[in-house]
Design a protein around this ligand. Structure first.
Ligand code: SF4
Ligand code: SF3
Length: 541
């Protein structure tokens, strides 16, 4: 196997024996093959569109779901990947019949094999290292990972019945281009920035989907303690799943808690009517082993990020949507279908209530609409000098000790600096008592990683209010932590919007070749992090 798509990749180079995440070589191989056949399918859909053939929505969704399923920590079940490959081959076969000529098709578009041994053989030939030129490989993978992140966001919008066909068309055209050996490094750099443009569109689509379904996030105090009833813990990013679970747990005596990236569900007005929606339990995804154990009740993983579970709670762990884990029950249901969570609810009734691991509360809900409502206050604070700087610290958390940097960085910030955050990176500092500036908390949490879109809107609004020419003229620094591919699309979106001098840590992506890293440094001022003392000087002097 060879995989270097996430920040935790072995030795900052690539996982070759077994994923640091727990991904086996068998799963890695089938993920590679799924990406390959999906690129082939995307080539066919793109060519059919050229011939004015309409591509059904369900095919767009299949492509989206395929990419999402290969995201870090989403699905560890080889059988799921084999099934998806076969399904994709079936769809591909049907569409091929509609295409007027097959003469210019790539090997990926025409490859077809249902025998597992043959699949494995092919998988070994089509992985990341199949591209020999390291710069082309680097850019192809950068774009692929951006598309994976984008597809995760599209999928969340799709389950809320929101579509943007232009984004689907771009995803498919781009997947086709990733098969094209005639594309130069410059072409691929252009495609990388275009991916960022569609990243913005994808996040805007999801923002619209979430806010039109559940209202605009608002300032909310979220309880960290527990109650005496048994509970179900929900993690991942899928708001439609938690909505269905909340509906089905009414009157059952079962409480519902959020974990990690599901915390922002509390910020949406629509979920406040459920009085069994108790609070947030625990921290970011990588703390699952301790926190899922002490939760005592069933856990629902709606998306990434799953840590392969301990046997002590494996029977209580359920997956749904793109998430999957061998030995854990999967709750089926796709767009528009009602999922049945009876099994979790029945199991919860037999479980002990959660063991309390902390008390108190945290405050969040500072997505664009809420911040715009506070704009006067924020602008006054900036004008008076009470707020001298904003630091965007969005992104991901992870298990590497080096990530304690972000806690130390938050603590060391001057008292007139405000953190803007989104994603699970927040767990490194959201529970610190950083106080407020004239009633404005010093950590403003917009929500999930996709709500980085809100941070962009906030920056653009401030630019407009202050009449600045460029978003880079604002007193905003960017110190972003990344882990998986959703952070890649957020980064590409920021680059597309012209944001410069983003610091990315705790390490730069292994998939950036030295030349590609140089392009990012020279054109966008991208840099890594060093230590808190040095970086404080860099950001504040
Ligand atoms: Fe390694 Fe990350 Fe790939 Fe897992 S997702 S195999 S940890 S690079
Ligand atoms: Fe977290 Fe996986 Fe990235 Fe959505 S849940 S931000 S790491």
């Amino acid at each position: 196997m060879f995989c270097y798509q996430c920040q935790e990749t072995a030795g900052c180079q690539g996982c070759t024996q077994m994923g640091v995440c727990g991904k086996t070589p068998e799963v890695a191989a089938m993920q590679d093959l799924l990406i390959y056949v999906t690129k082939g399918l995307a080539e066919i859909t793109t060519k059919l569109r050229d011939e004015k053939v309409t591509i059904e929505k369900k095919i767009n969704h299949l492509i989206t779901w395929n990419l999402f399923t290969t995201i870090t920590n989403a699905n560890f079940d080889e059988a799921v990947f084999i099934e998806r490959i076969k399904n994709t081959l079936n769809v591909k076969k049907e569409l091929l019949k509609k295409l007027s000529t097959h003469s210019s098709l790539s090997k990926a578009a025409i490859w077809e094999e249902y025998d597992i041994a043959q699949m494995k053989k092919k998988a070994a030939e089509v992985g990341v290292l199949a591209t020999e030129n390291e710069d082309v490989r680097s850019l192809r993978e950068l774009i692929t990972y951006g598309l994976k992140g984008l597809c995760a966001y599209l999928k969340h919008a799709n389950v809320l019945e929101k579509e943007n066909e232009a984004v689907d068309i771009f995803v498919q055209e781009t997947l086709m281009k990733l098969l094209d050996d005639s594309l130069s490094v410059d072409d691929l750099i252009g495609l990388t920035l275009q991916t960022g443009k569609f990243g913005v569109d994808g996040m805007a689509l999801l923002d619209d989907a979430n806010t039109s379904a559940y209202g605009n996030p608002e300032i909310t105090s979220v309880n960290l303690g527990v109650r005496a009833n048994p509970g179900i813990l929900v993690s991942g990013h899928d708001l439609r799943d938690i909505e269905m679970l909340l509906e089905q747990t009414q009157g059952t005596g079962i409480d519902v808690y959020t974990h990690s990236e599901m915390l922002p569900a509390h910020y949406y007005p629509a979920f406040k009517k459920y009085d069994n929606f108790v609070g947030n339990y625990g921290n970011a995804w990588w703390k699952q082993k301790e926190e899922f154990e002490s939760f005592n009740g069933p856990i629902l993983m709606t998306t990434n990020c799953i840590v392969p579970p301990k046997s002590s709670y494996k029977e209580r762990l359920f997956t749904t949507g793109s998430a999957g884990m061998v030995g854990c029950k999967h709750i089926p249901g796709s767009e528009g279908e009602k999922k049945d969570f009876k099994e979790l609810i029945n199991l919860a009734k037999t479980c002990q209530p959660p063991t309390e691991i902390e008390t108190g509360s945290i405050v969040g809900g500072f997505a664009h609409n809420q911040v715009f409502a506070l704009a006067d206050k924020v602008v006054d604070a900036v004008k008076s000098g009470a707020i001298k700087k904003f630091v965007v610290m969005a992104g991901c958390d992870g298990r590497a000790k080096s990530r304690n940097y972000y806690t130390d960085f938050a603590k060391a910030l001057p008292k007139d600096a405000v953190i803007l955050t989104a994603g699970c990176a927040k767990y490194k500092y959201i529970k610190l008592d950083l106080g407020d500036i004239g009633g404005i908390p010093r950590v403003l949490d917009a929500g999930q990683c996709n709500d980085s879109y809100s941070l962009v809107l906030i920056a653009l609004k401030l630019q407009e209010i202050f009449g600045l020419e460029s978003v880079n003229d604002l007193p905003i620094a960017y110190n972003i932590a990344w882990y998986e591919q959703k952070a890649v699309i957020v980064l590409l979106s920021l680059l597309y919007l012209g944001v410069k001098n983003i610091h990315l840590g705790p390490t730069l992506p292994a998939f950036l070749s030295p030349n590609v890293a140089n392009v990012l440094v020279e054109n966008f001022g991208i840099a890594g992090i060093t230590d808190v003392e040095n970086d404080m000087k860099l950001f504040f002097e």
